[in-house]
Design a binder for this molecule. Sequence first.
Ligand code: HEC
Ligand code: HEC
Ligand code: HEC
Ligand code: HEC
Ligand code: HEC
Ligand code: HEC
Ligand code: HEC
Length: 488
Amino acid sequence: MSHYLKHVFLLSLLCLLGAYVWLLYSQSHPSWQKWQAKYYEAQTQLLQDRLAKTADGNEKASLEKTLIQVKGKKPEIKPLLLPNGKEELCLTCHLGIEEISPSHPVESIGCTVCHGGNALALDEKTAHQGMYGGGHPGRLDVTALSCGSNANGQCHDGRKRPEDNIVERMQTSLMASKGGELSMVRYMFGLDKEQRLVVGASTTAAALAHPFDNRQDEPALQQNCLQACHQSEGSLFTASTTATATAEAQGCESCHVLVNATHTYSGQDVTIPRDKPGYGMVHRITTQIPYTQCNQCHNVGLPDLYHMTFNLRTDLNRVRSTPPEQADQQEVRLQNVYQPGMVFTSCEVNLDCIDCHTPEEVMGDGKLYTSEYQALKIQCRDCHGTQTEPPGFWIIGSSDDMALRQKSVNPAFPVLDVGGKILRTLRGEEMPYVRYESGLWVLYRKTNGQKFVIPQVQGSACRQEPDKQTSNDCHQCHDVSGNHHTSP
Ligand code: HEC
Ligand code: HEC
Ligand code: HEC
Ligand code: HEC
Ligand code: HEC
Ligand code: HEC
Ligand code: HEC
């Protein structure tokens, strides 16, 4: 063997040895062990902080007991055995992650039914391979798999009653296609003689190369739209894989996963970096959606088509940095909900958007519309009636009435039973949280169950005209914003 070859031989031997040592090491210290150690460390810290704060003897004793237990934990694989006989190992690394919601109990549905991925893998890369929407199961291009008809059966799609097929409905929602904004702008520019469908259920505004027929100012307008709001390359709800897109929640998540100002995670799962945007505050989906969540997109500014700009509201930074726990205070709501200069009545601020805007408005009703006004269902008179008519209603006829299923929205709602009288809008949607009780119409706020009596126009001194029922009409006299020159 030549001198040179000897060197090569020795070198490769060394490399092989190195690789072998690394293999032995990584097998005895797999990354899941590291995450578990980190998790127990974090839990220990939490318990110690709580111990330092409490003066209660009983609590102290119980905390100390838990502390000893946590400190004694050894790394171990955490299999999750599901009722269908399948096993999942995701929790081995994602130890301590919050249950996504009480109606999706972890012990019966597991993780991969929503996320996809490889349930039995114990290394990060393999486990995450093929995850729906790259960790965003709510993205509308994957919801058919994640939320729709999947391994667990027919969940939010493929069901008998069309209203249960939310995945399909959502595809027609204006908030997903942006068809309303686009039709409106094209109409205003004179590109269409009347408002027409520009996008359909399978295309979105973002998919159109030239939404404004190559008008000279098209690039500027598009650019401005993207910068102001639609950071995910124009598509708020569909496939978007750019780096900026991950900073925002997507699809179903943009309403159902609550976020803080920085879109960062602050839950118990230690694998998730605390400073990386793109996550909900905790691993949780909810139907109790506060106005702050809707106002990530709504009430952030106004478009100025004449100058081809979208002007963000001047106080937006202050609004966005309001901590979630302060955002619900009355005086903060008055400042934060609507942009400066707008007019509104008290209930438009005291209630949350979802107390008025119905599920069919927010998640689509299966039909395609060309403007917000066609898609809208709710009217002021639905709750307040008119001088001659009280609100419409529905009486729960049987125990399988759809309205009864809605009790899951907030457990704080009083029980609703057969015979109960609830509100029904003129467009035919029931509102089970608006009820007729002891001669009064009352509303229970979805986010916190707070009860409000709804004042009725009938029998009041209201001076409205019977055929003037839009909110603009009402705002002429009813305005608590201080931005209006007249008052009742
Ligand atoms: C070996 C450990 C490990 C296993 C096993 C594992 N994960 Fe993860 N997972 C991680 C780490 C670490 C991160 C954080 C990645 C990062 O820094 O962005 C993560 C992130 C995620 C995310 C967020 C994606 C994102 O955008 O950051 C999801 C969703 C997820 N995991 C789901 C799963 C599911 C479902 C399984 C089981 C099929 C699983 N994980 C198994 C370690 C693991
Ligand atoms: C009902 C569907 C569903 C189930 C079941 C589910 N997740 Fe998630 N998961 C989501 C959604 C939705 C998000 C939010 C993504 C976002 O905010 O962009 C998410 C986010 C995550 C993240 C990123 C951190 C975060 O909170 O945003 C991790 C990690 C994760 N899931 C792991 C798991 C593991 C592990 C399980 C099983 C114990 C599981 N998930 C079960 C729907 C689900
Ligand atoms: C990710 C951004 C985003 C979020 C979050 C969002 N919206 Fe929207 N919404 C839009 C856009 C964009 C439009 C206008 C679409 C169009 O006209 O093309 C819209 C339109 C609407 C409309 C009128 C049209 C319709 O479909 O009924 C209502 C009502 C509405 N949103 C209510 C809500 C409520 C309530 C929430 C919170 C639960 C919410 N939105 C959250 C972006 C969003
Ligand atoms: C624009 C906001 C918004 C988006 C986007 C959205 N939802 Fe909803 N969703 C709501 C609101 C508000 C409610 C509560 C309605 C109520 O009080 O019953 C709700 C209720 C629900 C419910 C429970 C009540 C019911 O009607 O069955 C399910 C399930 C649901 N959404 C699934 C989804 C899925 C799946 C997606 C994505 C395909 C999605 N949502 C997208 C706002 C939204
Ligand atoms: C007290 C009930 C109520 C509350 C609360 C409410 N809205 Fe509305 N909203 C309405 C009614 C009624 C209309 C129809 C306007 C009309 O009659 O002209 C409307 C119209 C809209 C429209 C259509 C375009 C427009 O600006 O007129 C959007 C978008 C909208 N609301 C979003 C929201 C959002 C986002 C929130 C929460 C920040 C919210 N609404 C809170 C009752 C309400
Ligand atoms: C989902 C039911 C609902 C809808 C829709 C609704 N309101 Fe109300 N409204 C209430 C409730 C509850 C109260 C009592 C709580 C409060 O005053 O904030 C109220 C109070 C009022 C009052 C009496 C308090 C005052 O400020 O003088 C007026 C006037 C009023 N609403 C006008 C309107 C107008 C205008 C609209 C349409 C833009 C509207 N409401 C839509 C539920 C509703
Ligand atoms: C020309 C002015 C005017 C217009 C327009 C008007 N209102 Fe009124 N409204 C009044 C006055 C005045 C009262 C009595 C105020 C009072 O008793 O404090 C009143 C009372 C009410 C009340 C009862 C408030 C309570 O506390 O008992 C409701 C609800 C109401 N209006 C709703 C509406 C709605 C909804 C519209 C639009 C369809 C509307 N009003 C349009 C002037 C108007």
